[in-house]
Design a protein around this ligand. Structure first.
Ligand code: SF4
Length: 338
């Protein structure tokens, strides 16, 4: 197969045709830069924190966000949360450390063990046995709160995640099936519904990039990356949705981009609807008739009810509460987009 833009050998076939290595790299950078600019994801006065695990998507997003920021003198650093998943996270952590060293990127880490006193491997069996909670539920809640409080503590004004087209189409379909339209309102290239002084806005430069593209990109760039999946993924609902969408994509190409296109069409209305009825930024709230942010009575982080999900899990599983020193750090001034 030859590249449809030149006569060179193709390395990947995308929806609009086969690409050689050079044209693939070019279209990827162009697509990511266009997403950042179109959705006003990064401003010249931002300080950018890239949430990264060392996997293919997070290395891809770190690579391109680093390029974008360094070309414009925008401060950037990487943040990794180590959940404590033996045989998995320790490997991706090594890859990430090497990557950050090679590209001269400041790397910060925080771990479940040092903050909550226990690793995910230690928490998972008890959580399931006592409360029927799956590892991804614990992991998602703890990781989300740690990314926010550490990004804030380190002065970030934007928090980049490696969510790609596959992740976003899965999330949208999951929410539709479960009837969680409010969670759908918080999706999109700029996540959440509005700003809050304690919440670092999450952005997704890989919104239009497929998982296949980030895998091929990492391979062609010879990044040291472990393509193995987290051992807990098979226990999640998301894995079933992912497999179903992948089967559809194989049979009916452009299924994923079609899902994303459909979501983007209704996104403004969804955001407007839930923005006016509920100001919770991470959209974890089901109903907040007061139209105001609520804060957890234990940790004082934004939350839906009186006590946030992280504090509930901390109590159930007898973990150490997040220290005041981390929680009390103030977010840097949020800059307006240009
Ligand atoms: Fe955490 Fe689940 Fe993702 Fe593993 S698959 S890193 S347990 S959310």
């Amino acid at each position: 197969m030859k590249c449809f833009k030149c006569e060179r050998k193709a390395v990947i076939e995308l929806q609009n045709g086969p690409y050689c290595k050079e044209h693939f790299f070019y279209q990827l950078e162009e697509k990511i830069t266009k997403t950042i600019k179109k959705y006003h994801l990064i401003d010249i006065e931002d300080k950018v924190c890239v949430a990264t695990s060392g996997g293919k998507d997070s290395l891809t997003v770190l690579y391109f966000t680093n390029l974008f920021c360094k070309e414009r003198n925008i401060p950037i650093f990487a943040l990794m949360i180590d959940e404590g998943i033996l045989g998995y996270r320790n490997k991706t952590k090594e890859d990430l450390e090497l990557f950050c060293k090679n590209f001269d990127i400041e790397l910060h880490t925080a771990s479940f063990k040092e903050v909550f006193g226990k690793t995910l491997d230690e928490l998972s069996p008890v959580a399931y046995e006592k409360f029927g909670k799956k590892p991804c539920t614990i992991c998602g809640v703890f990781r989300r709160v740690l990314l926010n409080v550490y990004a804030r503590k380190l002065g970030a004004t934007k928090l980049v995640t490696g969510h790609n087209q596959d992740d976003e189409s899965q999330a949208f379909i999951m929410n539709v099936i479960q009837g969680h339209q409010k969670q759908n309102a918080a999706l999109g290239p700029m996540a959440g519904l509005n700003d809050n002084e304690k919440y670092v806005r999450r952005i997704k430069p890989l919104y239009f990039v497929s998982e296949k593209e980030s895998r091929v990109f990492c391979l062609l760039k010879n990044f040291k990356v472990d393509f193995a999946e987290c051992p807990y993924i098979t226990q999640s609902y998301r894995a079933d949705i992912r497999d179903a969408i992948n089967t559809l994509e194989e049979k009916y190409p452009a299924t994923k981009s079609g899902i994303i296109k459909s979501f983007l069409e209704i996104m403004p209305e969804l955001k407007q609807k839930y923005n006016s009825s509920n100001n919770n930024p991470d959209n974890s709230v089901k109903d907040n008739p007061n139209n105001k942010f609520k804060y957890c009575e234990r940790c004082n982080e934004p939350c839906s009810g009186d006590v946030c999900n992280a504090c509930k899990i901390i109590e159930e599983l007898d973990c150490t509460p997040i220290s005041k020193e981390i929680l009390e750090s103030k977010k840097s001034k949020q800059h307006k987009h240009t």
